[in-house]
Design a protein around this ligand. Structure first.
Ligand code: ADP
Ligand code: MG
Length: 344
């Protein structure tokens, strides 16, 4: 086949390869564009501060399944996942826009339920809904949210400035959202074959909530501000810890060493992984949608934050030539593979 007719499947490039390919063709022309494509949010100069801009799309059948996702939770989650990207820049969110593609399956009441969730999130994260767009869609629901945040210029935290020997920290616990999804998918299958069976999810309440109603860790941003600590690099965990470590390492031109026994895994996540015959550490490394914050911090600053109750130190930034690796509970060193979520 000639070059002109060549067809490359998106799957061959993957999500990150495709974004790279797009970004290579564009050059920023405005001096106010401090950072464009490649971090959790774009960074735009605005007086002595910067504006942070991020956008995320949620597509029915890809990111959510309405057979178990209540619309109210979906509204909340759509905002939270965007706020999380502003938190990942050490910023404060201020305004959002919400755009919907709706098929005729959806009633006014359904849209109202969705916006109830949006409103709760606006209250929790102190953001204003300032616009959006509404259109029809042939099938299913498409949600696109954009968020604008703000930060003093010298407090913005990028993915690229981690330094060798910095301590790698993560908030909360990992893998819960993935295990919640596994439980919900299993119950859906049971319900399909036997509609009289009502799922009892009380036993799995925490992990189901991690999947259906994640929050953004703005609490850490306020705590860091109070302590006067600025991480050297930060990213939110949307695609899985391994994938996010890969972004920080690549952009900072360093390697990573983490310890399996330091991975924060909730007991319910652990037990459910075992129940599903999955390795809990693999779930913590590759499970997406936890929306925790992964950050690196200089050893001197680590002293100031080490007593924060919901932060775990999991390893350190290493020399680039040492690559990304994990020391297992058995004392072996294994390479980290960034699987992330593959949509394509
Ligand atoms: P996150 O997981 O933090 O939301 P993504 O992996 O979605 O980040 O995106 C990484 C970077 O690529 C971001 O800077 C984002 O704005 C940019 N990006 C993603 N998709 C596109 C696109 N279609 N065109 C231009 N930039 C994109
Ligand atoms: Mg992000």
């Amino acid at each position: 086949m000639s070059e002109e007719n060549k067809r490359t499947e998106i799957g061959e490039l993957g999500e990150f390869g495709l974004i790279n390919q797009i970004s290579k063709k564009f050059e920023n022309k405005n001096s106010s564009t401090l950072i464009g494509i490649g971090d959790d949010a774009a960074v735009i100069e605005s007086g002595d501060k910067v504006k942070l801009l991020s956008t995320d799309m949620l597509v029915e059948g890809v990111h959510f399944d309405l057979s178990y996702m209540p619309l109210q939770h979906l509204g909340y989650k759509s905002v939270a996942v965007n706020v999380s990207d502003i938190a990942a820049m050490n910023g404060k969110p201020q305004q959002i826009t919400v755009s919907l593609g709706l098929s005729n399956r959806f009633s006014v009441e359904a849209v109202e339920a969705f916006y109830e969730g949006v409103r709760f999130a606006c209250e929790d994260f102190a953001v204003d809904l300032v616009g959006g767009d509404t259109t029809s869609s042939p099938t299913g629901l498409i949600i696109s949210v954009s968020v604008i945040g703000e930060s003093p210029k010298d407090k913005v935290v990028y993915r690229k400035n981690a330094e060798e020997k910095d301590i790698i920290c993560v908030t909360g616990d990992l893998g819960g959202a993935l295990m919640g999804l596994q439980v919900l998918e299993r119950e859906k299958e049971v319900f399909k074959t036997n509609p009289d069976m009502q799922p009892d999810l009380t036993e799995y309440e925490y992990i189901v909530k991690r999947q259906l109603k994640p929050t953004a860790r703005m609490d850490l941003i306020f705590e860091l501000e109070e302590l006067g600590v600025i991480p050297t690099a930060m990213i939110d965990v949307s695609d899985g810890l391994a994938s996010e470590l890969f972004h920080i390492a690549t952009q900072s031109q360093l390697g990573v060493t983490i310890y399996e026994d330091k991975l924060p895994i909730d007991q319910m996540t652990y037990n459910t992984a075992v129940e599903f015959k999955l390795d809990p550490a693999t779930c913590a490394l590759n499970g997406g949608e936890d929306y925790e914050l992964l950050f690196t911090i200089s050893q001197s600053d680590f002293e100031k934050i080490k007593n924060l109750p919901d932060v775990s130190a999991i390893g350190y930034m290493d020399k680039q030539e040492n690559g990304l690796k994990m020391v297992t509970k058995g004392g072996n060193t294994v390479p980290l593979e960034a699987q992330g979520w593959k949509h394509f």
